[in-house]
Design a protein around this ligand. Sequence first.
Ligand SMILES: *Cc1c(COP(=O)(O)O)cnc(C)c1O
Length: 386
Amino acid sequence: MSGFDDIPALLQERRTNNLYRQRRIVESPQARLITVNGRELLNLCSNDYLGLASDERVQQAFIDGAKKWGVGSGASHLVAGHTRAHHDLEEQLAAFTGRARALLFSSGYAANLGVINGLLGSRDAVFEDKLNHASLLDGGLLSRAHFKRFRHTDYDQLAGQLNALKDSGGRKLVVSDGVFSMDGDLCNLDALTRVAKQNNAWVMIDDAHGFGVIGDEGEGIVGADRCDSVQVLMGTLGKAFGTHGAFVAGSEELIETLIQQARTFIYTTALPSAVAVATTASLRIVRSEHWRREKLQSLIAQFRDGAGELGLSMLPSDTPIQPVLLGSETRALEVAGRLEDLGVLVVAIRPPTVPPGTARIRITLTANHTEADINHLLNALKQAVQ
Ligand SMILES: *Cc1c(COP(=O)(O)O)cnc(C)c1O
């Protein structure tokens, strides 16, 4: 007995319980239509909210960046991998968020692990919304800080948890998604920052799904006016920006601390400079092409009106993330399967990603979709949920 002998049975059990995860092989670029298994499908599960992943200008910047800087960055940021291209992008992200500094990470997952671990140790405490992204929860657990989760957006419960530790002496960090990735709703920043302030806690917001989509220039849910109440602001570049990586923005002292202490920043190879060059191009588009956000909002409204008429079980979301609750894993898989047969690609989201009994399909809309696409989606949904 090696202890690993149960692996085949565990895999089989996952299959039996409809929890088995499988990749599909995509044969085309990220766009409103993608090719899977030789079939062209309407893509309603991309986080490319503004349609920039395949934008010609962003692609060209990437090519130019690769010509200028090569492909690999060759070393970590603290060794010899931090180029002028990375540095310029960090300065522009700092200006964009209205913060003193910004720091690039190779992914959002790495940023969240690195920030929480860079700031907290075993004498400290971290407080997280139950629906926070897995990377935030993992960051909290890995830090060995006292780890508390509060019910989704229940800031009264958070206040009680903070108050219970008021004499503990250590650092307290409250962590939340800005836009929640499985439900599409927002945290209540006013309430959250008020409770944190009353209890001398810092606030970290992960606005992976808000950047690009929310705010006049796509600055997300945390404006520049909240520098003092949201001390740590994190965003990813692989979603609305259409490229790859992530950043953390905040004070001079925060960023210097992370450079010294965030292990996922220190012990990893820097992002390719070409990614930074492409992101600089995409940031310019994010800020200036307001029509992308306006179009997205109008598609969201069109979808919600139609889904309401169909009597679907929707969540209160005004963001591009539009879940349709279906309950069981079987039902979610069945509806996703029927939609795929009808040429529409959505994903079934099942436990443990969401709580048991709340399996769903998650539809994500992008500025690349058209009114006709939404009508097609609604027609397909009408048939699929029968
Ligand atoms: C996607 C996402 C991440 C992870 O970002 P990656 O760059 O994909 O690793 C972190 N937090 C939230 C809320 C996300 O949606």
